[in-house]
Structure formats: C-alpha cells, structure tokens
Write a protein that binds this ligand. Structure first.
Ligand SMILES: Cc1cc2nc3c(=O)[nH]c(=O)nc-3n(C[C@H](O)[C@H](O)[C@H](O)COP(=O)(O)O)c2cc1C
Length: 247
C-alpha cells in the first residue's frame, strides 16, 4: 500500500453502525488481531486483553448493557478491549515482589494501551474493507459486563468495538478546525476562541442538514450539555473494587 492509500484509509474514517450479513472470516480476524497486538505499549507492560465476542446471546446482553445500542448485537464481530493487570499481578507473585497499581497512573497506562489496540483493530479491519464503531457504552454497567465476561480482579473494560462489512456510508463528521487543535511552540487561547466560533457554524449546518432540521445544536452546545452532568460516576467505585485507585 502506498502512503497515499494509507493516508486515504485513515482520513476516510467515519464510524459505521450498520452492517451487512457477510461474515468476517477467521483468516481476516486473525490478521486483524495480529495487527492489534503490534500496537506500542507503555513500558512494554501490555496491560490489555481482547475479548472476541462470538456468542450471539452474549452480544445481545452486551448491546442491552451498553445502553441498548443495537449494532452491538448486529455486528458480526464484537470486541471488548479491557485494561488488564491480572497477568502483571501474577508475575509479581511469581517473583515475590509487591504489586503497586493503586495510582491513577496505572489506570491511564491501561486505558492508553487498550485505546491503541482498539485503533489498530479498527484500522487493520478497514484495510479489509470492514468498518466499525467504538463503544464506550460498555462502561455504563461495568459490574454486569464483568460478570457476564467473567473478568478477574485487576481488569476493567475500556471500550467495545463493533466490526463488520459496512451497509452504510455516512457523511464524514466535521472535526474541529486544525488551527484550534494544532499549536506551534506554544498554546494559543485566541485560536481556540476563533476555532470554537467557526466550528459552531459548520456543525450547526451539518446537524441541521443531516437530521432534516431536527437537531440544530452546534458542537459547543452539545458539549456544554454533556459536561453539565457527571458522566458515569459508577466507574470510580468499580475501579476501586477491582484493585485500582487505592493510592
Ligand atoms: C472511546 C470511544 C467510545 C465511543 N463510544 C460510542 C458508543 O458507545 N456508541 C456510539 O454510537 N459511538 C461511540 N463512539 C463513536 C463516536 O461517537 C464517534 O467516533 C464520534 O462521534 C465521531 O464520529 P466519526 O467516528 O464518525 O468521525 C465512540 C468513540 C470512541 C473513540
């Protein structure tokens, strides 16, 4: 693949939430997983695991637990990417060393490892003509998800990922203007303000056209509403129960 083709693949990203019935072959799945396994990992800790959900009943339960997102049940392959320190606890025991994962740093390391793997999974899938969408909804009901998947201590689900052959080609969602997110040598508050203004004009029009006038809130208003409440407050308690955030 040339760099042009590679850039096109990345730059044509859009989340896919509707899939054809076509199965993903074991061969393709294995290759996608191999690419995911090559993701860089902090300090080579490899603090993640991948659960490939093939069982339809489990996919349906996970769809419900993720906020009734039906594409979780409909996609041919559903991954749950977890941050996983269980293996690292085992190696500490094997070498009679203390095991310190109480700091928020370890939650960050595990989440970043999981996110890098998830993006590799998605990009490798796209090279086969597949598409997908990440599912943060998997953190809505962590206790129930963990029970269903028999997750041990020192693990937590970071995100899900639906993969399949696309049965839609949604318009690409506009991103924040480059000037508002890429800074040279120093952060620029003015550029942020300008970027917010121009992005609101773009997104207001985007949502108006895409929803036939049903949704007109520009991006800044959507985000302001999102951050006006505490999101998933249950995550902290669950992480503590699993052995994290004890420092
Ligand atoms: C970590 C993460 C979690 C996400 N969770 C969900 C989800 O639960 N349901 C969903 O429909 N989309 C989910 N998305 C997709 C985002 O909504 C989507 O990436 C964003 O709106 C930008 O749209 P685009 O990917 O089509 O460019 C998630 C994306 C990420 C990165």
């Amino acid at each position: 693949m040339s760099y042009n083709e590679f850039n096109n693949l990345i730059q044509s990203h859009r989340s896919i939430r509707k899939f054809t019935n076509e199965k993903v072959s074991d061969d393709v799945l294995e290759n996608v997983i191999e690419s995911a396994r090559r993701a860089p990992t902090s300090h080579n800790v490899q603090a993640y695991s991948l659960l490939v959900i093939r069982d339809q009943a489990k996919k349906e339960k996970l769809a419900q637990l993720s906020g009734n997102q039906k594409y979780v049940a409909e996609c041919p392959v559903f991954f749950v990417i977890i941050a996983d320190y269980y293996r690292l606890k085992r190696v500490s025991e094997l070498h009679n060393e203390p095991f310190e994962v109480g700091e928020i740093e370890q939650v960050m390391v595990g989440s970043v490892d999981a996110a890098l793997v998830a993006e590799n999974l998605l990009l490798a899938s796209r090279a086969y003509g597949l598409g997908g969408v990440m599912i943060g909804g998997i953190r809505n009901q962590l206790e129930e998800v963990a029970k269903l998947l028999e997750l041990p201590e020192y693990t937590f689900p970071v995100m899900g990922l639906c993969i399949g052959y696309p049965d839609q080609l949604p318009e690409q969602k506009p991103r924040l203007p480059k000037e508002a997110i890429v800074f040279y040598d120093k952060y620029d508050l003015e550029k942020v303000e300008e970027g917010l203004r121009s992005y609101d004009t773009i997104t207001e029009q985007y949502y108006r056209e895409r929803t036939n006038g049903q949704k007109t809130d520009p991006w800044s208003k959507q985000m302001a509403k999102h951050f006006a409440k505490v999101n998933r407050p249950q995550v902290e308690g669950y992480l503590k129960k699993q052995g994290f955030l004890k420092g």
